[in-house]
Design a protein around this ligand. Structure first.
Ligand SMILES: Cc1ncc(COP(=O)(O)O)c(C=O)c1O
Length: 449
C-alpha cells in the first residue's frame, strides 16, 4: 500500500492508501505485495473490456511501434488511422460517415462540443451555442465536458470557468418513471432559453459513473427525437463507456428509438492497451463544414497516431473473432438475474439494473426501503472497501447533494470473463453487500439510540 506521504506521485485522494498493481491476466489483477484481485470493473474505469494481458493486442502494438509509432495528424494521415475509421463505421456505426480519433473520453466530448458549435456557425446559426443534458451524468474532466454535467459537487469550485449549459433532472423511478416530467422540463428550458439558441442535447444512453446501468424510459428518447425535429438542435450520445459492445450492441444507442447526429466513444476502443477515443458524426454534420468553413480547427498532439489506432484495430479483431459482443448480449440478462437473486434478501438494495455487462446496484435506507442513505455513512466508499477486502474490484458512486441519486455500485466485467468468473464476482459482491448492510444497520441503530 502506498500512502501520500511515501510517494512523489500526486494522488487522487490524499487520505487513501493505494495498492500497487504489478500485472494482470484476464480478469485478475496482482498487487506487488502478492494479493490477487478479481476485476469486476474492467480495470476500475470500465476500460479493459478484453481483460488484462491479451497477447494479440500487445503484439499488434509492438509490430506497429516497430514500423512507426507517432506522426502528427496535422501533417500526415496513416494506415492504421484510415483502416480503423473505415472499420469502425462499417462494423459499428453505419449511420455515421466520419471519425476523429483522440486520446480519451473527455477529449472526445470536447471534440463533439466544438463540432456541434462549428456545425451551427457554418450554417449561419451563430446563436446556437447552449447544450442541454441530464443533470446526473459524467462527461469528463476537461472544462468543456465538465460543463455538460450538472453535478454541483464536480463543478462547484470551477463555476467561473464553465459556460452555462442547461440540465434536466434524470427520469429515474424515483422522480419520473414515465419520462414525461423530464420532457416537460426540457420544453421549459427550450422555451426559456429560446429554442434557436440550443445547439444540442447530449446524453449517455445508459448511465455509468453517475447513474450506473440506468437508461431513461422509451418515451423520453422518442420525445427528445421529436423535439430535435421541431427545434433543429443536434443529438449527441456520449458512448465513452457504453460503446464497443459494453451493453450488448456496438453502441448502446442502437437499442434506442432515436438516432444520434454525433457519437463519442472511448474506454473499450483502446481496451486499456492504448489511450484511444473517438468522435463520430453523420454525413450532414460533415457536409455543413464541407460547404462552410472547410476547416475543423481542433486537435490534440496524439490524435489519430499510428500506435493507438493499431491497438484499436486489434481490439476490433478480438471483439469480432471472439463473438464477444454477442456474448455480452446473450449473457448480460442472466448475469443481471444472478445478481438480482444474490441480492434479493438485502434490505439495502433497491434496484439492480443495466444492460449487457454494464450493471448498476442502487442502495437505499433499509429503514424505509426508499430514502437515500445518510450522506455521512458514505456507503459507496464502504462498499468499495469491503469488496476489496473480499478481493473484488467494483466502482461505487456516492449520493449527490442535489438529491438526484444515492449510493450506487457499478459492475462492468470484461467481456471475456468466464461463467465461473462471473459467478465468483456475483458471490463476492453479495458477501460484500451483506457485510455493508450489517455495518450500516448498526450505524443507523447507534445514531437512533
Ligand atoms: C460517460 C463518460 N464520458 C466521458 C468520460 C471521460 O473520459 P476520460 O476520463 O477518458 O476523459 C467518462 C469517464 O469515466 C465517462 O464515464
Amino acid at each position: 500500500m502506498i500512502t501520500s506521504e511515501h510517494t512523489h506521485v500526486f494522488p487522487r485522494l490524499l487520505d487513501l492508501a493505494y495498492p500497487s498493481i504489478e500485472r494482470g491476466r484476464g480478469v485478475r489483477l496482482y498487487t506487488t505485495d502478492g494479493s490477487e484481485v478479481l476485476d469486476a470493473c474492467s480495470g476500475g474505469a470500465m476500460v479493459a473490456c478484453l481483460g488484462h494481458g491479451d497477447r494479440r493486442i500487445v503484439e499488434a502494438a509492438r509490430d506497429q511501434a516497430r514500423r512507426i509509432s507517432y506522426v502528427y495528424n496535422h501533417h500526415f494521415t496513416n494506415e492504421p488511422q484510415e483502416r480503423l475509421a473505415k472499420a469502425l463505421i462499417e462494423l459499428a456505426a453505419p449511420e455515421m460517415t466520419r471519425v476523429r480519433f483522440v486520446s480519451g473520453g473527455s477529449e472526445a466530448n470536447e471534440t463533439a462540443i466544438r463540432l456541434i458549435r462549428q456545425y451551427h456557425v457554418d450554417r449561419g446559426e451563430e446563436r446556437r451555442w447552449r447544450i442541454i443534458s441530464p443533470a446526473q451524468a459524467y462527461h469528463g474532466a476537461l472544462f468543456g465536458a465538465l460543463a455538460l454535467t450538472g453535478r454541483h459537487s464536480l463543478q462547484a469550485p470551477y463555476g467561473e470557468y464553465l459556460p452555462g449549459h442547461l440540465h434536466i433532472p434524470p427520469a429515474t423511478w424515483r422522480f419520473d418513471p414515465s419520462g414525461e416530467e423530464s420532457l416537460r422540463e426540457l420544453d421549459r428550458l427550450l422555451e426559456a432559453a429560446g429554442p434557436d439558441t440550443i445547439a444540442a442535447f447530449v446524453c449517455e444512453p445508459v448511465g455509468a459513473a453517475a447513474l450506473p446501468g440506468y437508461s431513461a424510459p422509451e418515451r423520453f428518447w422518442e420525445g427528445v427525437a421529436e423535439r430535435r425535429d421541431r427545434h433543429g438542435f443536434l443529438i449527441c450520445f456520449d458512448e465513452v463507456v457504453t460503446g464497443m459492445g459494453r451493453t450488448g450492441s456496438w453502441f448502446a444507442s442502437d437499442q434506442l428509438p432515436v438516432k444520434a447526429d454525433i457519437i463519442t466513444g472511448g474506454k473499450g476502443l483502446g481496451a486499456g492497451y492504448a489511450q484511444l477515443a473517438a468522435t463520430l458524426c453523420a454525413e450532414h454534420i460533415y457536409e455543413a463544414l464541407a460547404a462552410g468553413s472547410r476547416n475543423f480547427e481542433h486537435g490534440h498532439t496524439w490524435d489519430g497516431a499510428p500506435l493507438p489506432c493499431a491497438v484499436g484495430l486489434a481490439v476490433l479483431d478480438v471483439l469480432c473473432e471472439g463473438g464477444l459482443i454477442e456474448r455480452v448480449r446473450e449473457r448480460g440478462p442472466s448475469l443481471r438475474e444472478e445478481l438480482e437473486e444474490a441480492l434479493a434478501d438485502s434490505e439495502l438494495v433497491r434496484e439492480v439494473r443495466g444492460r449487457g455487462f454494464l450493471l448498476g446496484v442502487e442502495f437505499v435506507d433499509p429503514r424505509d426501503g426508499e430514502s437515500f442513505l445518510p450522506n455521512e455513512l458514505d456507503a459507496a466508499a464502504l462498499v468499495d472497501q469491503k469488496a476489496f477486502e473480499h478481493g473484488l474490484l467494483v466502482t461505487s458512486t456516492h449520493s449527490t447533494a442535489d438529491g438526484y441519486c444515492g449510493d450506487q455500485t457499478l459492475l462492468a466485467p470484461a467481456f471475456i470473463a468466464t461463467d465461473d468468473e462471473l459467478g465468483e464476482m456475483v458471490a463476492r459482491f453479495a458477501e460484500t453487500v451483506s457485510e455493508v448492510e450489517q455495518a450500516i444497520k448498526q450505524a443507523l441503530a447507534g445514531a437512533a439510540a
